[in-house]
Design a protein around this ligand. Sequence first.
Ligand SMILES: Cc1ncc(C[n+]2csc(CCOP(=O)(O)OP(=O)(O)O)c2C)c(N)n1
Ligand SMILES: [Mg+2]
Length: 325
Amino acid sequence: MALSRETQIGLLSRMLLVRRFEERAGQQYGLGKINGFCHLYIGQEAVAVGCLTALDKDDYAISGYREHGHALVRGVPPGAVMAELFGKATGTSRGKGGSMHIMSAEHRFLGGYGIVGGQVPLGLGYAFASKYRGDSTVVQAFLGDAAVNQGVYYESLNMAALWNLPLICIIENNGYGMGTAVARASAVTELYKKSEGLGVHSEWVDGMDVIKVREAAERLVERAREESKPAVLECRTYRFRGHSMADPATYRTKEELEAYRKQDPVLSLRDRLKITEDKWKAMEAEVKAVVDASVKFADESPEPDASELMQYIHPTNDNNAPERA
Ligand SMILES: Cc1ncc(C[n+]2csc(CCOP(=O)(O)OP(=O)(O)O)c2C)c(N)n1
Ligand SMILES: [Mg+2]
């Protein structure tokens, strides 16, 4: 069914929130308020927004380390995400996870994972649990193009196909794994084809077009829910910034970047919907207020207390863990 104009405007405003949040995160990084790694999602907004809005509240999503946007779209409060980036006690992981480990059990957003491809078997476990409980929840696991080169991706999909588990792997093919182009790392560059031999329904979609992504995701979610079957959706997208804050992205040409900028997922939907200047200004102002508030919240939040230093980490190092027999 075609999406209503109202729904499309909703998708646009979520993409705008992710875009402006990420721009601000980059700026805050420059100001020294965010330490460690920080991978921005700018350019890829249509993937998280198109896919995650096809899920129900009870479904699950898991991602890699480029996951601020997934968390926001899943409904995690922007203040808690920004506070986690700042390493504050009010962050989603109480300031201990940072950029790569945003998670919220309440929003069924399972993270934020730093090991390339490691989120796929974890998502598989949730898909198994769904089938075991018989509650018809489905799992979306987001991974990058380079993660498709990890053995565990195939092992997980094999099990999902064998046991008919509702796992949807969403490949965010942004053309590069750090500075390595897909064609230099994979003999088969149409990444969705690599799972077909496992008996997994696999397809690709234009990942710069949120409407197309949403339509494909809706179809695959319904299929996973009703038939309990895995699927792969390769979304062809592009990241406008470097791999992380430390990457000046000299491995690609200006012309390439410019060509993708013309397909900017946010601006192209704005133009397609013929949003008036006034309406756009109002949308921008609304998003800016949310992002401003997230920074204020993170700024004003306390650092984690020193007494928490050894808490909520590996149990053998946790001085508050119950004694083991
Ligand atoms: C198992 C493992 N190997 C290597 C790394 C180092 N590493 C971090 S990001 C990355 C590239 C991943 O690229 P891709 O999967 O395409 O995701 P993108 O960064 O483009 O979103 C690599 C190799 C890692 N984190 N984990
Ligand atoms: Mg990539």
